[in-house]
Every structure is written in C-alpha cells, then in structure tokens.
Design a protein around this ligand. Structure first.
Ligand SMILES: [Zn+2]
Ligand SMILES: [Zn+2]
Length: 221
C-alpha cells in the first residue's frame, strides 16, 4: 500500500513520506523567526536574531523552532488531529519535526511532549504532543521523558488575556524526576504565547535541567 498525502490524498513515493512535494511546498513556512520564541520576523533577517520582546526579558528557553504558521492547512490538520481524532496527521507532522532536528545542537539528551492534565488526556484518549514525539524519538534515538504531571486542568487558553493565562499556568507542571538530563527538548503541536512551554521549562530547570529548547509544528502569529 503506497502512502497517501494527508492534505490532498495523492499517493506519495517513499522520499516524500506522508506529505507530497506539492503540498509541502505550499505549506505556510516561516522564513525568518526569533531564535528564542519562534515569532515570525521580517523576511531576510539572519538566523539567531531575537525579537524585541525576547531582547527585553530573560527566558528559560534556549531555542524555539516552529517552522510553520498556524494557518490553513496546518491549523485544520492539527485541529483534526486533536479534536477529530484523525491520528494519521501525527506521523505526517512528525516528518516536519524530524527535518528540523538538525537546527538543534547535538547535546539534546531527552524529548518531552507537553503533558496534558490527566483528565483532559482521559477525555481525548491520547496526547497529541506524545503522538508527534514518538516518530521523532525513533528517528533521533532520544528517550521520551516521563514523570511530569500537569497539576490542574487549565481552562482553554485561547480566550484569556495574557495576565490571566500566566496566572493559570503558574506551577502548572510537577516534575518528579529528571534523571541527569542536561538539555531537554520540549515537543508540542503549536506555540501560541509560549507561556506553557516557558512554565514547563522553568519547572525542569528548578529540577536541575541545564538547558531547555522547544520544537513545535506551528507558531501562531
Ligand atoms: Zn499533497
Ligand atoms: Zn522572541
């Protein structure tokens, strides 16, 4: 059985994987982005430049890579994965993540899918970040970190003001153990304000992790 493109349904060859070359070319790739928070920047700026907000305040995160804009068809695909249980999107988007691994230094020693609160995970039946992480772990031979809990179900973040979001997320993660990991790569589907990953990074650093980076499929502008 040949693979089919998740976006247009045409059969793909082995080198294309689960996204055909035409659809891959048409995806909303971000040309220039802040190295710390992945916020899109003016096209033509060199890699490694920080946005104004990241220049102004320290961050527990070394590098964020989120290569796609959270726009059609990426948003539709990620929503179908999360809310429509269309799990075949996970290995397709994971191919996008695998291709970005070369942008991180070789000292990364663990992957951490952003945990869901147990109640939300039970309702959904899976954690989309873990589904994205699994092929990445196989490809990179890095372990997937476990033992991190989300303390309470945070209300859906999208409708909340920034201050309220931050309040909701404070101490939202409980890190039980970080068995000697020095540079952890957090994996998520979409980075919005970056507050979730920032809180998770701080929880890891409090437990002795030295460096934290983030890899997501998409960045909401
Ligand atoms: Zn296609
Ligand atoms: Zn930034």
């Amino acid at each position: 059985m040949p693979l089919r493109c998740v976006f247009c349904g045409t059969p793909t060859d082995r080198s294309e994987g689960r996204i055909c070359s035409g659809c891959r070319r048409d995806l909303p790739w971000i040309e220039s982005a802040c190295a710390r928070c992945a916020e899109p920047l003016a096209i033509g700026l060199p890699r490694g430049v920080l946005c104004v907000a990241c220049q102004a305040r320290p961050s527990p995160i070394e590098t964020t890579v989120a290569p796609l804009l959270y726009e059609f068809p990426v948003d539709a695909g990620l929503k179908a994965l999360k809310f429509g249980r269309r799990l075949h999107y996970a290995p397709a988007f994971s191919e996008v993540l695998v291709a970005q691994m070369r942008r991180f230094p070789a000292d990364i020693d663990a992957l951490l899918p952003v945990p869901l609160h147990w109640r939300r995970q039970a309702f959904r039946g899976f954690n989309q970040a873990l589904e994205l992480c699994r092929p990445l772990a196989r490809h990179s031979a890095l372990p997937i970190m476990t033992g991190i809990a989300r303390r309470r179900a945070t209300p859906f973040q999208s409708g909340l003001a920034a201050v309220q979001r931050r309040k909701n997320l404070r101490r939202a993660f409980v890190v039980r153990r970080t068995p000697g990991f020095r540079h952890v790569l957090i994996v998520d589907d979409v980075v919005t304000t970056g507050e979730t990953t920032r809180q998770l990074a701080m929880a890891l650093i409090r437990r002795g992790v030295k460096k934290v980076s983030v890899l997501a499929v998409a960045r909401a502008a």
